[in-house]
Design a protein around this ligand. Sequence first.
Ligand SMILES: [Zn+2]
Length: 433
Amino acid sequence: MDMNSDRSVWGIETDDFKTAFLDYLEGLKGDDTDRDKLISRFMWCVDVWVKWRREYFPDSECSQPLQHPFFDAPGQAGANEEPAKYRLIGSQGQPSVIAIRHNLLMGTSDLTIWKSDDGERRLVLKQDHPKRDAYIERLIVHELLHQWLVESSPEAIRTEYAEQTRKGAASNGGEFKAYKGHGSIFANHANRLNTTKGMPLLGDAFQPVPLRHYKPRHAAAVDRKRPSCSWFGILDAFFVWDPDADGLTDEQLRENDARMNQAIAWYDGAVELKVVEAPPVAIFEAPFDSSCADVCVNELDAFDQANGTNLVGAFISRIRHHIPMDPIAPTEIPAVARKKEPVVEYVDGSLHSVDDFMADIGLGDVPAHGDTPTLADVYPLSRPNSSLKSLELDIEIAKEKGLTKAQFAEQRFGHPRGDRLSRHLGALRQAAA
Ligand SMILES: [Zn+2]
């Protein structure tokens, strides 16, 4: 291998370097098809980087030349990991590294690229679709902006973005450290690029929208409901407002829908919106006496049979979680097994914690401790409006089943008469008024 190992040629954006580097990568190819495919993908990354670096950050806009980055493909991406990352120094000491998660770069699986807070909507990048690379290409532009801010922006910006400073928002070690690179500086430059050059790969087809500081409270008031600048180049094609922002108006929700449809059409099948409904709720009366377990298990089992769920399993996990009746002494259980949280698999194959599941089927608020719940547990006075509503509804449902208020109080709370329930109802009405 006669690759020039003089580090001074590294990190210079020249055609000579690019040619030599691509030759070097080509020379690494051999008889291992997996590795060859990875090398081909790195070579593609180099080409993409060069193309967009010239479009967005020509030498005239660099205080010093951008370093030709090394590409890396570590780990697996999931909805909670960053899909890609720029680093000034790689773990092997390489200068300037852009790491793109392995399954994202190699397209080895469908990949969730966004999930709503309630978990009901997901954007999924399809495993094998010719246009999926457009997503990665836009991601590389995103990383390029980090790289430019760290390496080649004017010195004052570079210092504030990347290094320790004594004042302002960057006092914890620069925006790059404090906000994972997505503070005001990044937002300002992402917005500048979007408005002067059009959105990466989307040009004028999409209306650029202002992106905000990663932390909404640090953003200008007018921008607090906008998408985070950490979405620059990728998810900003799908949203004009942060879908998880509080109090979006109907108009804003309509704008989001329109944008989502536009982006999905642009990706032409490479990105799909998946909507998962919460599992249907089966309402049944659980008696609070010793027959409770039988009734519950029978009802849950019937539901499982009909819907392909595993509610019985979740029910049992829940009980084991709260009542230490496992015959195996805790010390005999390996630490890993003990720490593992029980999960519930829904019909669509997605996994959820037991707490989420209980909330989904409407049992999240029912206290799990003690023999019978208390009125104040189930209909707390601290939330008079919602408590009143649900108590009135529960009494209504009981009536439909032919139960009097007193009988409801007896079955549900073990009260001998209905007067405590009436008093609580009165107190709730007073508090809610
Ligand atoms: Zn970023």
